[in-house]
Design a protein around this ligand. Sequence first.
Ligand code: ZN
Length: 332
Amino acid sequence: MIAFRLPKKNLFAATAAVACIMTVFPLAVIAGASPQAPQADGRRPLRDVAGFYGFPHVNVTADQFVCSSAYSSLVFEANSRRLTYNGTLVYLNGPVGGPRDRWRIDAADVDTTIDALLRPSRVLPDRPTRVIVIDPGHGGADLGAVGARNVEEKRVVLDIARRVRAKLQSQPFTVHLTREDDYYLGLEERVELANALGADLFVSIHINSVQNTMVSGVETFVLPASGYPPTSRNDMNGVAGETVSGNSFDAANTLLGYLLQKELLAVAGTPDRGLKRARFAVLKGIRSPAALVECGFVSNPHEEERFLQAQYRDQLAEAIARAIRNFAGRIQ
Ligand SMILES: [Zn+2]
């Protein structure tokens, strides 16, 4: 939690300083004051948030609220949790919106999503990222998703996980897999193992499947913030989302999830299904930043064919490794 109340005068001074620095440095390197405190209902005017981060351009239509600079852009959608950050879809915890240009955003999303994307060095853990735990989903009798050509999720994700380890297994990282081979491991056991290994970062690797064989694309999951529903739930009312230990890393989770989604999309070239939020058992109890990636759909014949190719699995592994290196490298 980084919010604290700033006198209004100081806020404007800080904003001016940020705008000045902006002419030299990209947004991500700016350090300094926190975004202004929320209003009584825990929401913040989106225009003030854009000003705080020094966006020189704000364009509001009935459907979109767009903040942009020479370095980055945020595209918010009306009464929606969908945010597109530099071309990648990131689901907020709560919807933004409001009359005319007086849109507002939940303070929790400023602190754990917007700040994570724009000022990552402020939200990352103090400790360096050294111990990486990669979790290949399923295993043994649990095949995971199976395609029409009998491509099994458990085998594809184990191969990708081994490749990620090979790419990262050198200084400064130590990389562990939750399962080394084709055997079953429960979700709680995976969490306990990662914590016992002293994980600084946890990534669970999966492959998707749905009935509709046309569906394709990449999606990444992190925990919703405390009190928020998962992305799959459309009604925002009456949902008291639980607080779990993984919520200590909400902002870092968002950054890790965003980096994974961005890198996976770059190699897959498939539809961007977004960085989503869900309280998956394998994410809830992890005592480090954690994310779960769904690298594509084995139910889609074209994607199943790609999973058969070692070169493609290697590209996916390289994307995951690149995101991890990028995350670790941002800790200052
Ligand atoms: Zn799976």
